[in-house]
Design a protein around this ligand. Structure first.
Ligand SMILES: [Ca+2]
Ligand SMILES: [Ca+2]
Length: 608
């Protein structure tokens, strides 16, 4: 049995910590049977469309896309004309393509990138073609690189998986090869990197070789079905390229996702002795996995302005590698409005940010007439951001100006990713104090939170800044008689995550250690004060696994208990109880858990 998920922040190996939307895994994993049934229908529909061609010129035969030129002087051509990939990765549902693609076109975007291709891709390809945009159509292979991709494949021995993917991919290439929305095929995403989550040492090397050999096999098969579109394969860093160089000679070009390191690709390409050009399939400002930590020990998110400059700089480095870098699909035309969405999306919840306009400028579209977003600066937390009292008043301050003079509306949101890996943003009721000062009630759960201030201009634009605060339990007057006293419990979680989590861990005065019980009711934790002691306050600091119903009890012999307080409707966080009692033993007796896990207390204080 493993306990509640580890609360300590897990920082995986560099590059793995992608705030990926994992779009494919969610979108592209319908039940296998459904996919098999859908395939002939789509093929049939395409056949019918082909018969109706004269009446539908927009669905004319696909383009011929080629990588032409010679070493260091390559270009991509579409029907013979030079084509620089000015792209964005695509986040919304394919069914929303008609809504968003005209906007992408207005940004100067000519290309979008996806992570998977199947029957659901047709509306996206149709809308792309209608808007003179082309798609780098992805095919997903396990394990992938980002969280949520998951799965481990044995590329050395698992012929079943490989033949199934080969059949799957070529089926969709065959279905869409004549579609004018297709630019190229992209096989896999960050699996050379992702395999490190499954293997190590010589086995990892063998898997990486087998994976890139398989990618080559897919490329050969795609070329046989569709000679008119290039095939590439994305990985997470140029460290994957030696494997492709060795094992995937049939790729037409390389592809790499690079954020902070995007400007270093040029030199690694030159040093690697490669004989193929490349595209950058994800880039933008530095990610969560590559920024320095702030004073509270969590990754310091770049400001909106820094992010916007990040896109501009990335594009400059891509275009600076003339004749070799054939363009980029920057990350990310996404609308998710959450932790990852605020980090990377150009338009979270559909509201456009400085980075949206930076990309639009980079791609050569006119922005002079645009109404642009509020510019936030100098966000701060009043008081000590490393010591914010749980449930107390918290005042944030920010300077915001709107280039168009639009009146601004503010919102404050919180996120608990660094406590519990939640991606959600929770709005907090805020009182405007004037002068960019906003007062909210601090979260009740101790730990490091992110606080966001969002300013909207009523013209479809948004500015967002964030800072971290460390929430701590309120001080209690008096002496904590339980501190360091002998403690026992009905059960203790022995292992998993940050455990063992013993009874003593709840009275050690350390907010990073905790007691955790078995996952059943009732459970109790008892502290022996050594002698009959009168107390007047109890403070419980719950971990995520809290109690909704519990009692505080006293005893003189550790066997016969008197209830001095009954709590119902508990919501976790910090419970401060003014309660009078006397006894040698004091215990918390949980009768109803608030989660599917056990009971878990960081600290149990008994104050005299
Ligand atoms: Ca504005
Ligand atoms: Ca503790």
């Amino acid at each position: 049995m493993t306990g509640p998920r580890t609360r300590t922040r897990r920082r995986a190996a560099p590059l793995v910590r992608r705030l990926h939307p994992a779009p494919l895994v969610r979108r592209l994993v319908p039940a296998p049977l459904a996919r098999r049934l859908a395939a002939p229908l789509v093929a049939g529909a395409l056949a019918a469309g082909a018969l109706a061609l004269p009446a539908q010129p927009a669905q004319a035969a696909g383009s011929v896309v080629e990588v032409t030129g010679s070493q260091g002087d390559w270009q991509l051509t579409v029907d013979g004309s030079p084509y620089q990939v000015k792209g964005l990765t695509w986040g919304p549902a394919a069914s929303d393509a008609g809504k968003y693609l005209p906007d992408l076109r207005s940004m100067g975007v000519n290309t979008i990138r996806t992570w998977g291709t199947d029957a659901t891709s047709k509306p996206l390809l149709d809308a792309a073609a209608a808007n003179d945009i082309r798609v780098i159509a992805g095919f997903w292979l396990q394990p992938g690189g980002g969280p949520g991709s998951g799965g481990c494949v044995d590329y050395v021995t698992d012929d079943g998986y490989k033949s199934s993917m080969l059949e799957e991919f070529t089926r969709w290439v065959d279905a869409y090869k004549d579609h004018p929305g297709v630019l190229m095929w992209n096989v896999g995403n960050e699996s050379v990197l992702g395999l490190q989550n499954c293997y190590s040492g010589d086995a990892l090397e063998a898997q990486r070789a087998a994976y890139t050999s398989f990618v080559n096999e897919v490329a050969v098969r795609i070329h046989a079905v569709d000679p008119d579109h290039p095939v590439t394969s994305t990985d997470a860093w140029t460290g994957a390229w030696p494997y492709y160089k060795e094992n995937a000679p049939d790729l037409d070009l390389y592809a790499v996702n690079a954020y902070q390191d995007v400007c270093g690709i040029r030199s690694t390409w030159a040093q690697g002795g490669y004989t193929k050009p490349y595209i950058v399939t994800e880039t933008g400002p530095p990610g969560e996995w590559e920024v320095p930590d702030d004073a509270n020990g969590i990754p310091e998110e770049p400001t909106d302005q820094a992010k916007a400059e990040g896109y501009t700089a990335a594009w400059d480095c891509v275009t600076g590698h003339r004749g070799v870098a054939l363009g980029a699909t920057m990350f990310h035309y996404g609308t998710e409005y959450d932790f990852g969405g605020i980090w990377f999306n150009l338009l979270p919840a559909g509201q456009k940010r400085l980075s949206y306009y930076a990309v639009k400028r980079a791609y050569g579209a006119a922005t002079e007439a645009d109404n642009t977003p509020p510019v936030l600066s100098a966000m701060s937390v009043e008081g000590d951001p490393s010591r914010v009292l749980a449930g107390g008043e918290l005042t944030l301050s920010v300077r915001a100006t709107d280039p168009d003079g639009d009146p601004l509306s503010y919102e404050v949101l919180s996120n608990s990713k660094y406590l519990d890996e939640s991606n959600e943003l929770t709005p907090l009721p805020a009182t405007g104090l004037g002068g960019g000062r906003l007062r909210v009630t601090a979260p009740d759960r101790p730990g490091v939170w992110k606080m966001y201030v969002k300013a909207t201009d009523g013209k479809g634009n948004v500015g967002v800044e964030s800072r971290s605060v460390r929430v701590v339990p309120p001080d209690v007057d008096g002496t904590n008689a339980a501190l360091g006293a002998p403690a026992t419990a009905s059960s203790e979680q022995q292992g998993g995550g940050d455990c063992p989590c013993t009874a003593a861990d709840a009275v050690d005065g350390d907010l990073t250690t905790r007691w955790a019980s078995d996952w059943s009711d009732p459970q109790w934790l008892s502290v022996d004060l050594g002698a009959r002691t009168a107390f007047r306050h109890v403070q419980l600091v719950w971990e995520t696994s809290y109690a909704t119903e519990y009692t505080v009890q006293t005893s003189d012999d550790g066997r016969n208990w008197r209830t001095v307080r009954e709590v119902t409707g508990g919501d976790g966080g910090v419970d401060d109880l003014d309660v009078s009692g006397t006894g040698r033993y004091v215990r918390v007796h949980g009768t109803q858990r608030g989660t599917g896990w056990g009971y878990s207390l960081y600290e149990f204080g008994v104050y005299t």
